[in-house]
Ligand binder design. Sequence first.
Ligand code: GLN
Length: 197
Amino acid sequence: MRIAVIGVQGAVEEHVVATKKAMQKLGIDGEVLAVRRKGIVSKSDGVIIPGGESTTISRLMFRDSIASEIIELAEEGKPVMGTCAGLILLSKHGDEQVEKTKTKLLGLLDVWIKRNAFGRQRESFQVKLNVKYVGEFEAVFIRAPAITKVGEDVEVLATFEDYIVAVKQDNVLGLAFHPELTEDTRVHEFFLKMALD
Ligand code: GLN
């Protein structure tokens, strides 16, 4: 199995490490690659878009033709996971911040996204969430976005306060928090199991 972690900017290495650990736990023989150029995503069995700065990741991903490969991979039914900024990029409906910065989105998740939803006072925090298919999970939020509304094909996996913070639409998984920043690899294991199906 080969998993591609989009490596143009952001929390890349943490996802590589967490995915490798999850592979070991599941007894999967595979490799995890940080991807900075085109031609690799299309030869992968799944792709992860990390957190970071959505404006920067978007610009580099579209400039270097990695974006179209992610869309094609998702259309083939291979699993795609986006965390934090990665969730913003997977969404179909941006907010005024996304529009103002002219950030191009992949449009793979039929969700309405709000950038920096938790405001300045709570730039980062940690909270226990109940995540469907995973269980209780210690979620790390860093200048996180949130989902305000979902289309009918989207399954809600977790909520926090008034917001939706984890979703699944068929083979596409989106999380507002950072599962790669804890020792707990269950989210990555769930993602890898999607790649095995
Ligand atoms: N606030 C960032 C953005 O809007 C996302 C933060 C993150 O990925 N940790 O792009």
